[in-house]
Write a protein that binds this ligand. Structure first.
Ligand SMILES: Cc1cc2nc3c(=O)[nH]c(=O)nc-3n(C[C@H](O)[C@H](O)[C@H](O)COP(=O)(O)OP(=O)(O)OC[C@H]3O[C@@H](n4cnc5c(N)ncnc54)[C@H](O)[C@@H]3O)c2cc1C
Length: 207
């Protein structure tokens, strides 16, 4: 997406998807925070402010305010259920049946989410933030669980009890995208390692 700059945990690519070396995240956010911040400032200084249709703004205002009504499902309760599901069934050590049951639970929570609403107004309303954030949490949780089910091997911080070995056929990245209301997924090859890194990093070992 042109004009979108990311650094740190949300950009993920630096650590290759498996896991990071201990302490490397601090270096990551400092180095790439500086680089992406400078690049974003340069990009913005060369561009005019984008035009946004009034109708698009109004659509978003309507979406946000639609959560403000009494009597709906309490978003805090769904956050609790989602947190418990992810903590108990999608930790570092995983297995197929737990992941499948977590996915079922997330799909149920997605249905419940359609009924979420909060009392109060738009000022300092933490319930409203929680209702909005919960939608994003559900997307992230579903993406994590679907990817963990698909990856039938153990690699980095993804440990599958039912697939305990690292599998050379899984030296690939999983990508997800939105199509209508559904989440689609596929795999893409891991990019070739640059020559200068090949000199520093030992080749993958498979048993
Ligand atoms: C348990 C644990 C231990 C770790 N230990 C280490 C360690 O010892 N050494 C190390 O180097 N790294 C460690 N890490 C990793 C490191 O903490 C993270 O990689 C790093 O904090 C990521 O920084 P970030 O700025 O990219 O993201 P974050 O710190 O996640 O910052 C993102 C911010 O964006 C905010 N936000 C989210 N959505 C919105 C929105 N819609 N609007 C506005 N704001 C929003 C969030 O509230 C948050 O403050 C550890 C991580 C964990 C979880």
């Amino acid at each position: 997406m042109p004009g979108l700059f990311a650094a740190g945990e949300v950009a993920c690519g630096l650590h290759g998807g498996a896991n990071r070396l201990g302490g490397n995240s601090l270096a990551d956010i400092l180095v790439f925070g500086k680089r992406s911040g400078e690049a974003a400032a340069k990009y913005a200084s060369d561009k005019k402010i984008a035009e946004i249709e009034d109708s698009e703004v109004q659509e978003e205002i309507n979406r946000v305010l639609s959560y403000l009504k009494p009597g709906g499902v309490n978003p805090y309760l769904l956050v609790d259920e989602l947190t418990e599901t992810m903590s108990n069934k999608v930790g570092i050590v995983r297995n197929g049946p737990d992941l499948e049951s977590a996915l079922q639970k997330i799909l149920e929570l997605k249905e419940e989410y359609k009924k979420v609403s909060v009392p109060g107004g738009r000022k300092y309303n933490h319930g409203l933030f929680t209702a909005l954030e919960l939608g994003n949490m559900l997307i992230a949780a579903e993406a994590i669980v679907r990817s963990a089910i698909m990856r039938t091997e153990s690699r980095g911080a993804h440990t599958r009890k039912d697939y305990p070995k690292k599998d050379r056929n899984w030296l690939k990245n999983i990508i997800l995208w939105k199509e209508g209301d559904t989440m689609k997924m596929d795999t893409v090859p891991v990019p070739e390692m640059p020559e200068e890194l090949k000199k520093l990093v030992k080749p993958e070992v498979y048993q």
